[in-house]
Design a protein around this ligand. Structure first.
Ligand code: GLU
Length: 488
């Protein structure tokens, strides 16, 4: 970690080219979560877009943990974020870097800014600043720092109060505008009059949030800042500080929020949960990635695509300006698609522990891969698949009432004939299907009249995939034993 931190630090000196506009410069993006909670859908989508943009341009994707809020940051949250990214395969090329390990660097930059005159000490106490704001509000003005300690040519500053530790403020330009062409929102202009002289270091010397972000983006030579639009208000402040440092501006792109299906802010019930809830519920990472990719970005009408395809397509020009809406049904639909595509062996490894928890025994039962191949068409989640597959791995216990309703004296002779044929028949689905048809014809019965009691005797349920497929999978021995149990 130390080596990595150092290499980032020394990079600062060479950060003077505008990487975003120079074709020769490598794209460098970052995902910069604050580890105050799990990785939720919004964060995962930001990470995905930053990662995909780097992949698209043969660039570098950086993970930076913004852990300076020591009250709210936890190692568990760091772990949860890293796990979430690992599950999705969003592997950083550099990092994780931790802001708490870069304090020395921030102090160094603050010292340099004080020397350069782009920052200054301010000895106002929080109470004084509050009183200042009260006065401004009372006078109908916008509350802001009044520049008491801001050095100006020919201005005499107040005497330094004894024993008082100052904050450091950024000397924000007072005239002109800050303008950037947001990759998502288009051109944005903010007047410098709207911006205060931001505190960049507290009385104890610890740097503040916006300042750390700028130093990091500068040192890490970030070319494209892709982040949620809850940060759009920070951007003009960050741009001014970056300019004061002599850094070139990255491209900024602010992603619109993700709303719930009801159009409201994402709630716990709808996606405001850890992405790691999704594997627990039986979602495959490629379904989640495909889903997130379309959340605020589009490529014509394409809905289903691989990450390889996405990385080849992804651009900032097709990001939507309006909030995206989380649609759990669509996620489930994609999950079904990817479950159908998945290798049976992979699915088996996922369902096996779930089924074992449910009491499944795999010793004499049918081959799990074949069972999954049969069942995977209709399920939305791996958990549903595990549940459906249990059909083949537990002793059937049909409800007596159902059994007597379907296993009537009228159909028993046909079932006995079926059981007898089962002893000798070539155990293939086609042969079994033909045999069942012959038995039906010979006893003048309709399909459900035999299929239903067969289902009940073999699985205990009335809902199963095609009876011939079920019979084939169970195999001769199990089928004969189960029929014998009920038919005597
Ligand atoms: N740490 C910020 C967050 O988690 C992101 C800051 C940024 O991307 O600039 O919301």
């Amino acid at each position: 970690m130390t080596a990595a931190t150092n290499s980032v630090t020394s990079a600062a000196t060479s950060a003077a080219t505008n990487a975003a506009t120079s074709a020769a410069t490598k794209v460098r993006t970052r995902f910069a979560p604050s580890p105050t909670g799990f990785l939720h859908l919004g964060g995962a989508r930001t990470a995905l877009f930053a990662w995909a943009y780097a992949r698209r341009h043969g660039g570098i994707f950086i993970l930076r943990v913004e852990d300076t809020d020591v009250e709210r940051s936890t190692p568990e949250a760091v772990q949860a974020i890293i796990e979430g990214m690992e599950w999705l395969g969003l592997t950083p090329d550099e990092g994780p870097f931790y802001q708490m390990r870069r304090m020395e660097r921030y102090r160094e930059v603050v010292a340099q800014m004080l020397k350069d005159g782009t920052a200054y000490y301010c000895y106002c106490t929080p109470d004084e600043v509050e009183a200042m704001r009260e006065r401004q509000r009372a006078a109908g003005d916008k509350p802001r720092y009044d520049g008491t300690w801001r050095p100006e040519p020919g201005k005499t500053l107040p005497a330094v109060p004894e024993g008082r530790k100052p904050v450091v403020r950024f000397r924000n330009p007072q005239e002109g505008d800050v303008t950037w062409d947001d990759a998502v929102k288009g051109p944005i202009t903010i007047s410098n009059r709207e911006l205060d002289d931001l505190i960049i270091a507290r009385p104890d010397g610890t740097p503040t949030y916006n300042f750390c972000v700028v130093v990091d983006d500068w040192d890490m030579r970030i070319t494209h800042v892709i982040r949620g639009d809850d940060h759009v208000n920070n951007t003009p402040r960050q741009i001014n500080i970056l300019k004061a440092l002599g850094g070139e501006l990255p491209v900024y792109g602010h992603l619109p929020m993700i709303h719930g299906p009801d159009g409201e802010k994402l709630s716990k019930r709808h996606g405001a949960v850890s992405v790691m809830e999704y594997p627990l519920q039986g979602y495959l990472p490629e379904a989640m990635l495909n889903y997130l990719a379309r959340l605020g970005w589009s490529h014509g009408d394409d809905e289903i695509f691989s990450m390889e395809q996405f990385c080849a397509w992804f651009d900032l020009g097709h990001l939507s300006k309006s909030p995206a809406q989380f649609n759990p049904e669509k996620l489930a639909w994609l999950n079904n698609h990817y479950i159908r595509q998945a290798e049976p062996g992979r699915l088996a490894a996922l369902v096996r522990p779930l089924m074992e928890q449910d009491g499944a025994r795999f010793d004499s039962a049918p081959d799990l891969d074949s069972v999954l191949a049969l069942l995977k068409e209709r399920v939305k989640t791996v958990n549903e698949l595990a549940e459906a597959a249990m059909l083949f791995y537990r002793e059937p216990a049909p409800e007596p009432a159902l059994l007597s309703q379907h296993l009537t004296d009228a159909v028993k002779p046909a079932l006995l004939a079926y059981a007898a044929h089962c002893m000798t028949i070539d155990w293939k689905k086609e042969a079994l299907a033909a045999m069942l048809k012959e038995v039906l014809a010979a006893h003048k019965l309709k399909m459900p009249q035999l299929a239903m009691p067969l289902r009940l005797m073999l699985t205990g349920q009335l809902q199963t995939p095609s009876i011939d497929a079920v019979v084939e999978l169970f195999g001769r021995e199990t089928v004969s034993a189960r029929l014998a149990r009920f038919l005597g």
